[in-house]
Design a protein around this ligand. Structure first.
Ligand SMILES: [Zn+2]
Length: 218
């Protein structure tokens, strides 16, 4: 059975509430950013991210899906959490993002990220690269959440998945055959706080991610 989560008023296999966090500072801009070529750096709310400059925010917000997931987990467990870019700075220092000579970014790299969240945030976490939806559900049944690698087009699950993986969402539980998750780049409120059938999720899911346990501190 699921261990009782001290942060939850819910019972069973779904953490709630989990307040949504998007990787872009202004959620209402996301549809234009992801489908209409809007420059994500052109966001009047950029400073709430904790970035040191608009340029830094613009360069990194597109890579911050995993940081938004972590921020949601910490806020659920602790009631508050550091700003997005503070988490990103820590992850970068730990080696979770690597800037290539050509300026592109490799990351999120799971192993150093896990070390960072364990050491700095006392959050029990571990990498899994062998998850099918049954194993995913089994982790959720143990009270864990899963930062899961899915195709970014999971925000439009009514369409066929163009591929698997490349973007991170936070799976917070399941109920009645539906997986409940938070998508840091959802383009509408109902795709930020989303539910999809397990079989549909599977078509977007790369089978890997980071399992975290918000029910306790290390
Ligand atoms: Zn909980």
């Amino acid at each position: 059975m699921k261990p009782r989560c001290p942060a939850c008023d819910g019972t069973g296999t779904l953490h709630e509430p989990v307040v949504p966090v998007t990787q872009y500072a202004s959620p209402e801009l996301i549809e234009r950013i992801v489908y209409a070529g809007h420059d994500p750096g052109d966001d009047p709310a950029w400073a709430v991210s904790g970035a040191t400059s608009r340029a830094e925010y613009g360069a990194w917000c597109g890579h911050a899906c995993g940081m938004a997931c972590l921020r949601m987990v910490l806020a659920h467990r602790d009631g508050d959490a550091p700003p997005l870019l503070e988490l990103l700075h820590g992850t970068r220092e730990a080696g979770g993002y690597v800037e290539r000579p050509d300026g592109t970014v490799k990351g999120l790299i799971y192993a150093p990220f896990v070390e960072y969240v364990r050491d700095t945030h006392r959050l029990d976490s571990r990498v899994r690269t062998d998850l099918d939806t049954e194993a995913l559900r089994s982790e959720l049944d143990r009270g864990r959440m899963v930062i899961a690698s899915v195709h970014k087009e999971i925000r439009r699950p009514e369409r066929a998945a163009p591929g698997k993986g490349g973007h991170l969402v936070l799976v917070i539980g399941h109920r009645d055959g539906l997986l409940h998750f938070r998508n840091p780049s959802g383009h509408r409120p109902d795709t930020v706080s989303a539910t999809v059938a397990e079989a549909t999720f599977a078509t977007f899911f790369a089978g890997r991610g980071v399992v975290v346990d918000p029910t306790r501190h290390l």
